[in-house]
Design a protein around this ligand. Structure first.
Ligand SMILES: Cc1cc2nc3c(=O)[nH]c(=O)nc-3n(C[C@H](O)[C@H](O)[C@H](O)COP(=O)(O)O)c2cc1C
Ligand SMILES: C=C(O[C@@H]1CC(C(=O)O)=C[C@@H](OP(=O)(O)O)[C@H]1O)C(=O)O
Length: 357
């Protein structure tokens, strides 16, 4: 359970950032689904590192190899294994942090928990692992496509500078810089400034899921909103999620309630979820990323022997993680929805009878 995600649509990832490979095993995918390898590769390309100056300069092609679970272009109902070989590790850049802990990264906690740690790029704690999640998300999206369910995420805030609300629609069409020129200009300026200062920035990603049926989500312990929140906070550097209108806590009940008519809800402050169950409106959420911890400034830390030391890092790092992180947000959301769709089929006698009678 602690090494996998999902109940019926499940995945587990494997590998380390500077190991031989990373990958994912996706289980529970129904048989007979068209498997689009080109789409899988496109999704990985959207997240892959080294593409521009707003991302880490580690150059990985992130080529996916599908090892199992697909025959003649269709899923077979058996586990789908996907592997991505690491090519551009440069592990020697990490030899100086072998015995000490980077502030803000997972070195301290991994060492204290396990008593052993792969210090090369943080091993499994490196967000390189999220490439494997994007591969799982691509499989989930193949399933969702059959039902016209659409998932988009895009950056709406960088370094405290938020795009105007009306620009969010542009944000969801691109995980990079598709916002109006003013927000984009300011963001680029900020990122360049912080990168030149050897520092980093945080950001906010907007998630929107369209065309969901009513009824997804399993109260009380597997609610759509609590599972979505758990999936998002499981992404490296995500520190929070707000479901629905992120100003809701400042509103009154009268302002916040979405009134209901025969035609549907008059507003969507709830973000498409009531009582843990989808209400047929778009699921909307904001996901909050902290600034990249690995920065090139001298900082205080301790070593594994308890000595106070100073640390200067090498390696290649994202000046902001929310941009590439937005692709991971989409992938995790797709896996949650695929899981909820499959669970929902089992939850009513009339659904079960439809299949077996
Ligand atoms: C797509 C993505 C890219 C990331 N890139 C980096 C990076 O280049 N350098 C870094 O120190 N952290 C990066 N992180 C964040 C760290 O992996 C994360 O902060 C670290 O594992 C500690 O976990 P926590 O911040 O969730 O506590 C990235 C996260 C994501 C989602
Ligand atoms: C390699 C990727 O991103 C990495 C995420 C990451 C981290 O600490 O999260 C640190 C850097 O790499 P390394 O593990 O070599 O230190 C980033 O380059 C990738 O996304 O494919």
């Amino acid at each position: 359970m602690f090494n996998s995600f999902g109940e019926l649509f499940r995945f587990t990832t494997f590998g380390e950032s500077h190991g031989k490979a990373i990958g994912v095993i996706v289980d529970g995918v129904p048989a007979g689904l068209d498997f689009d390898e080109e789409f899988l590769q496109n999704e990985l390309d959207r997240r892959k590192p080294g593409k521009n100056r707003f991302a880490t300069q580690r150059k990985e092609s992130d080529r996916a190899e599908v090892l199992s679970g697909v025959f003649e272009g269709k899923t077979t109902g058996t586990p789908i294994a996907i592997v991505i070989f690491n090519k551009d590790q440069k592990s020697k850049d990490y030899s100086n942090i072998k015995d000490l802990f980077r502030p803000g990264h997972a070195d301290f906690t991994y060492w204290n928990k396990y008593g052993i740690r792969d210090y090369r790029g943080g091993g499994r704690s490196s967000a390189r692992e999220t490439a494997a999640r994007v591969a799982a998300g691509a499989v989930a999206k193949m399933l969702l496509k059959e039902l016209n369910i659409d998932i988009k995420a895009g950056v709406i805030e960088i370094g405290g500078v938020r795009a105007k609300k009306e620009d969010y629609e542009y944000a969801k069409t691109s995980p990079l810089f598709a916002l109006d020129e003013k927000a984009e200009e300011k963001w680029i300026e900020l990122i360049d400034e912080k990168r030149n200062e050897h520092n980093s920035l945080g950001g906010v990603v907007k998630l929107k899921i369209d065309n969901l049926p009513v009824g997804l989500g399993e109260p009380i312990y597997y609610k759509l909103d609590n599972v979505l929140a758990s999936a998002m906070v499981s992404i490296n550097a995500v520190k929070g999620i707000y479901i629905g209108n992120s100003e809701a806590h400042k509103l009154t009940g009268l302002e916040n309630n979405d009134e209901i008519t025969k035609e549907g809800f008059l507003s969507n402050n709830a973000g498409g979820v009531l009582g843990g169950i989808s209400n047929g409106e778009s699921v909307e959420a904001e996901i909050y990323f902290k600034p990249t911890p690995s920065i090139f400034k001298t900082q205080k830390t301790v070593d594994i022997y308890g000595n106070e030391v100073e640390v200067d890092l090498k390696g290649r790092h994202d000046p902001i993680v929310a941009i590439r992180g937005s692709v991971v947000v989409e992938a995790m959301a797709a896996c949650v929805i695929a899981d909820m769709l499959m669970l929902n089929m089992t939850r009513r006698i009339d659904y079960i009878k439809k299949i077996y009678q």
